[in-house]
Design a protein around this ligand. Structure first.
Ligand code: NZQ
Ligand code: ZN
Length: 388
């Protein structure tokens, strides 16, 4: 167990009608607001009107950047940063899912520098300043509402790159589960697969556990397994939406890490898939995760699968360790592909092996992924092949 510092400065308004506090919170950070959103779902649901009403009542001036697409593009970030500079924007308000919030974080950073925002990812330019960011979450998945991460795509170079900076954590996030009632069954499934993966990326490691954190992670995974199908079948089930929403934030705000530093495995692989094929992040993770589990199963990792299988899926602990591990992988597949109904192979979503070599190279950052099991380029290629 390593030492660590834990510091979460995001204020969360959780629950119904909390948006009535939006105006007063925005006012604390500035008068000129850049409102950012995606392809228009917030207009269809009526959330846009509520947000605008709050901004107007608070007497603030609003500018807009719309059209931020899933797997957000560096073009939106450039556009947003430019708007901030032109109009002297003081605070960025992201209303949407992870894509909108991620893009807004890099807009907020890009507004404070003279260089191209893509340099943050390729030249690791320092992030010393950023405009304050507030978020209104509409999809439970990425945890972007309570963390400092942001992942951006560049269509010109077929790259998708992420970076975490504490200064980019939203100052305030509004988490109203009713805002997720309109999320489609497919996006609910993908978001749930994403939450599950965030926990698994940390849980699957052979370091000594802090028992308390292992229990929290098992609770988060059980929450997703219990409530995702309910939310898919009954989109306006408040209890299900609320559980998924709060799980999404806590899965990836570094709480469950304790002092763990190890690299994630499925995420760097998935980011290459969505960079090249523009697929939904959670779908890519769903296809990869069980294959990665199969690939990493060996004598010295067996105990982790046993812990996972027994504590998360309730597999009979009297079975042999191998049997429990195999059943744990099968149960994971069953949840992702049958319960959530996600596609289970690359073939089904039109992905062939033509870019595997390049994707594996990029996933390893030129060296290796030092995660649950160290993966080199050849290992990543094999896992990708298992997904075909
Ligand atoms: O664009 P709009 O019209 O808003 O529609 C979106 C989009 O089509 C729709 N949607 C969102 N809320 C809705 C809704 N539709 C109806 N009702 C609502 N209430 O859902 C679609 C997907 O939205 P998106 O924001 O792309 O989804 P998600 O939240 O899953 O974000 C995915 C992005 O986040 C990154 C992913 O790589 C991907 O680029 N990630 C960010 C992380 C972070 N910041 O820490 C970590 C994650 O691992 C992940 O990499
Ligand atoms: Zn993710």
């Amino acid at each position: 167990m390593n030492n660590f510092v834990y510091d979460i400065p995001t204020k969360v308004y959780f629950g119904k009608d909390q948006l009535t506090h939006l105006g007063e919170e925005l006012k604390k950070y500035g008068k000129k607001v850049l409102l950012t959103y995606g392809g228009g779902s917030i207009k269809k649901t009526g959330l846009y009107d509520k947000v605008i009403a709050q901004i107007k009542t608070a007497g603030l001036e609003v500018y807009e950047l719309s059209g931020i697409k899933p797997n957000p593009s560096i073009q939106s970030v450039r556009q947003g940063a430019q708007l901030c500079k032109e109009h002297g924007i003081e605070v960025v308000l992201a209303v949407g899912g992870g894509s909108t919030i991620d893009a807004s974080k890099w807009i907020a950073a890009g507004a404070c520098v003279e260089h191209d925002p893509w340099d943050f990812f390729t030249k690791w330019s320092p992030v010393e300043k950023a405009l304050p960011i507030l978020s209104v979450l509409t999809l439970a998945a990425t945890g972007s509402e309570m963390n400092g991460g942001g992942v951006i795509s560049n269509e010109d170079t077929l790259d998708k790159k992420g970076r975490v900076e504490q200064i980019l954590r939203p100052k305030v996030s509004f988490l109203d589960p009713t805002n997720t009632y309109t999320v489609s069954a497919y996006q609910t499934a993908c978001g749930s697969a994403d939450i599950l993966s965030h926990v698994m990326e940390v849980y699957f490691h052979m370091d000594d556990d802090l028992y308390m954190l292992a229990c929290v992670m098992e609770g988060l995974m059980k929450t997703v397994i219990k409530y995702a199908p309910i939310a898919m079948n009954e989109p306006d089930n408040y209890e299900a939406r609320a559980n998924l929403m709060w799980a999404s934030s806590w899965a990836i705000n570094r709480f469950v890490n304790g002092g763990r530093q190890h690299a994630w495995s499925c995420h760097p692989m998935e980011h290459q898939l969505s960079a090249v094929y523009d697929i939904t992040h959670g779908l890519g993770l769903a296809i990869l995760t069980p294959r990665w589990m199969e690939y990493c199963l060996e004598e010295n990792t067996l105990s982790k699968y046993v812990q996972f299988g027994v504590n998360v899926f309730g597999i009979d602990s009297k079975l042999s360790d191998r049997e429990i591990a195999n059943q744990a992988i099968e149960k994971t597949k069953e949840f992702l592909f049958e319960t959530l109904g996600l596609q289970s192979t690359f073939a089904e979503i039109g992905i062939g092996k033509e870019h595997f070599s390049m994707m594996a190279e990029k996933a390893c950052g030129g060296k290796s992924i030092n995660g649950f099991k160290t993966l080199y380029k050849e290992d990543v290629e094999k896992i990708l092949e298992m997904c075909l």
